[in-house]
Design a protein around this ligand. Structure first.
Ligand SMILES: Cc1ncc(COP(=O)(O)O)c(C=O)c1O
Length: 389
């Protein structure tokens, strides 16, 4: 079969290859500690599961409006008002099959050949691939530990060209855990709005925030920024609902919303009706689960970051949000791919190489796993570095 150049332009997922290798090792009885996970290890709260069961029993099993039910969109608007001080109407919301789908739809709706999408690096690995699938060019602004993995205004100005179409902001960030302050977001938002560059604000980790940090939605920082921003969020990370596939976006630009609805109506149509009912329950009755998960993540982060910073050969910033630690590799000449391979082969610990997120000087460790696993895995990593100085 001769494949399309579009299909051939997408990179195979390196993370999947590593996950598959670790899985095979586990299946053959090897005790592998996995730090690769991109999803909460907690179960979906019971009230959310019950709402889904009820939806099935009541026959809520047919197509819904392609962009989601009115009731769910209303609950999403209430959430935006309460948590982010953002006023949207249900007609400005599209519910999709995960935030990944929302992001994909946006980029398909706005980008075309030759357009540029600015992506701060390190980045979530799907952003560049989504731009490439829309024939746009990802333009990276490289950051590192010294700036807390945050872009500066002058870096942003340098990256903007006549072809810049969109800027992706992901705060809190996967993989770095960095959170932008209100002031930094305002500066970034002002520049993008003045230049007419669409801000795509991925706020999927908004509920997983540590210490005295807080989440600010860039869209809430002034009328011009609001008009120029599409906010993306979802239930995967905050409600431990990764498998249910519900994400959503909101924007005041009616043309953009219509274009996204059209794209979705001819690709996936509505996200699963049952999952929509489950998400509605989560948004309306969040209960104590969000805080319980957040506080468990914080304890694990504290422990893991402290241990990593005692390992000679690795160091890390304490992530401000999300559930990953992005560790810097001190050893010269040791690439993230080699370290990942050797940790898996030699001490049976699965991590993700920073290369897939745009930094070959780091590895990403997820703490969405039990404290027991974290202790065991970090002990093994420490042992490896003690042997390999
Ligand atoms: C930064 C970021 N955005 C979006 C997503 C997609 O989330 P979902 O499609 O499960 O809602 C993820 C998932 O890993 C993520 O890390």
């Amino acid at each position: 079969m001769k494949l399309s150049s579009r299909a051939k332009s997408v990179s195979p997922s390196l993370t999947l290859a590593i996950t598959a290798k670790a899985k095979k090792m586990k299946e053959s009885g090897i005790d592998v500690v996995g730090f690769g996970s991109g999803e909460p290890d907690f179960d979906t709260p019971d009230n959310i599961k019950a709402a889904a069961i009820k939806a099935i029993q009541q026959g809520f099993t047919k197509y819904t409006a392609e962009s989601g039910t009115d009731e769910l969109k209303k609950a999403i608007c209430e959430k935006f008002k309460k948590d982010n001080n953002l006023s949207y109407s249900p007609s400005q919301v599209v519910v999709s099959c995960g935030a990944k789908h929302s992001l994909y739809n946006i980029i398909q709706a706005v980008c075309e050949k030759g357009d540029e999408v600015i992506i701060p690096a390190p980045y979530w690995l799907s952003y560049p691939e989504m731009a490439i699938l829309a024939e746009a060019k990802p333009v990276f602004i490289q950051t590192d530990d010294s700036s807390g993995f945050r872009i500066s205004v002058s870096d942003l100005k340098k990256a903007i060209t006549k072809r810049t179409k969109a800027l992706i902001i992901n705060s809190p960030s996967n993989p770095t855990g960095a959170i932008y302050s209100r002031e930094q977001l305002r500066e970034i938002g002002d520049i993008a709005s003045q230049k007419g560059i669409l801000i795509i604000s991925d706020e999927i980790y908004e509920k997983i925030i540590f210490d005295a940090n807080s989440h600010v939605s860039i869209a809430s920082l002034g009328e011009d920024i609001f008009k120029n921003t599409v906010v993306v969020n979802g239930v995967s990370k905050s409600f431990a609902m990764t498998g249910w596939r519900i994400g959503y976006l909101a924007a005041p630009d009616a043309e953009l919303i219509t274009a996204i609805k059209n794209i979705q109506s001819h690709s996936t149509s509505n996200p699963a009706s049952i999952s929509q009912m489950a998400a509605l329950e989560g948004l309306r009755n969040p209960g104590p689960a969000i805080e319980e998960m957040r506080s468990a993540f914080e304890k694990r982060r504290n422990y893991m970051a402290e241990r990593i910073n005692k390992i000679k050969g690795l160091s890390c910033l304490k992530p401000e949000g999300a559930f990953y630690i992005f560790c810097r590799i001190a050893k010269k000449g040791l690439s993230s791919m080699e370290l990942t391979d050797r940790l898996l082969d030699e001490v049976k610990v699965a991590v993700v190489p920073g290369k897939v997120f745009g930094s070959d000087r780091h590895i990403r460790l997820s703490f969405a796993t039990s404290m027991e696993n974290i202790k065991k895995g970090v002990d093994r990593i420490e042992e490896w570095f003690n042997k390999n100085q």
